[in-house]
Design a protein around this ligand. Structure first.
Ligand SMILES: Nc1ncnc2c1ncn2[C@@H]1O[C@H](COP(=O)(O)OP(=O)(O)OP(=O)(O)O)[C@@H](O)[C@H]1O
Ligand SMILES: [Mg+2]
Length: 256
């Protein structure tokens, strides 16, 4: 929130999750986490297994109810809204494990991403699906049942389904998991192009450090349900505590 003294107020962050706490029987998954994603900004979320990354995305998207905390889009409270209403407000997510409709074709799965936008003219929806297919290199398999595609291509269908509605805020839970290097490259391209086309704000989890470092404007590192560090990719890559808590356990070389 900008101060009145600053003249015109600066825009509220695209997404704020403030003071988020989540406990599961005996486990504190999130212990007062604050994150903000600016308009059009990409925030990378890193952290060891079990540090609370997916739980945070679940709290933000309405999959689980936090024990405490607030979720806002453009400065407006959405924490009381259902998942569907959050989606209609432009908050879209992907899942760590694929959640596609295996009986539907690739194109039909992508079209599901437009269900919340029944108001859009049919021709416009068709064009959006076509563009999504092209962006992810899925045109040739558009009419195949999604279950016939290899895992990496199915992951791309899920990302395409999330992007097709041109969301205001996109939450990506390990979109790069299980992708080969050329597929990871396609994924990066698609996310960059989405960002430049409709200034989508993104919160992205992935254990592929190169992918996160390459795409993120800023990175937050979670450890044991708390924010351990927040900074630019360069700051995070060089931080000794982050290296010992997280990067040390990832069998990957840092980009520099
Ligand atoms: N539905 C649940 N019931 C009970 N405990 C849960 C539930 N979901 C998550 N947890 C616990 O909360 C903690 C955080 O889990 P979470 O899945 O958010 O971690 P993560 O950072 O996404 O890990 P990973 O990198 O392995 O995906 C873990 O201890 C996990 O076992
Ligand atoms: Mg997870």
């Amino acid at each position: 929130m900008g101060s009145p003294a600053a003249g015109r107020t600066s825009p509220a962050p695209a997404l704020s999750a403030l003071g988020i706490e989540k406990r599961f029987a005996g486990v504190t998954a999130l212990d007062g986490v604050d994150i903000e994603v600016g308009q059009g900004e990409t925030l990378g979320l890193l952290g060891p297994n079990g540090s609370g990354k997916t739980t945070l995305v679940n709290c933000v998207s309405g999959v689980v109810r936090p024990n405490a905390g607030r979720v806002l889009i453009d400065g407006i409270e959405i924490g009381h809204l259902s998942r569907d209403r959050r989606a209609r407000a432009g908050l879209i997510r992907t899942y760590q494990n694929l959640r596609l409709f295996t009986d539907l074709t690739v194109a039909e799965n992508i079209e599901v991403g437009l269900l919340a936008q029944r108001g859009r003219p049919r021709e416009q929806r068709r064009n959006l699906v076509r563009r999504s297919l092209a962006e992810q290199g899925l045109e040739d398999v558009a009419r195949l049942p999604v279950s016939e595609l290899p895992y990496g291509a199915q992951k791309r269908v899920e990302v395409a389904r999330a992007l097709v509605s041109e969301p205001k805020v996109l939450l990506l839970d390990e979109p790069g998991a299980g992708l080969g290097s050329s597929e990871t490259e396609l994924l990066s391209e698609a996310l960059r192009s989405a960002r430049s086309r409709f200034s989508c704000a993104m919160l992205m989890i992935d254990h592929n450090v190169n992918l996160i470092m390459g795409l993120s404007d800023r990175i937050v590192v979670l450890s044991d349900g708390k924010v351990l560090r927040s900074g630019t990719p360069a700051e995070i890559a060089g931080d000794p505590e982050v290296i010992s808590v997280y990067l040390g356990q990832v069998p990957q070389k840092l980009p520099r």
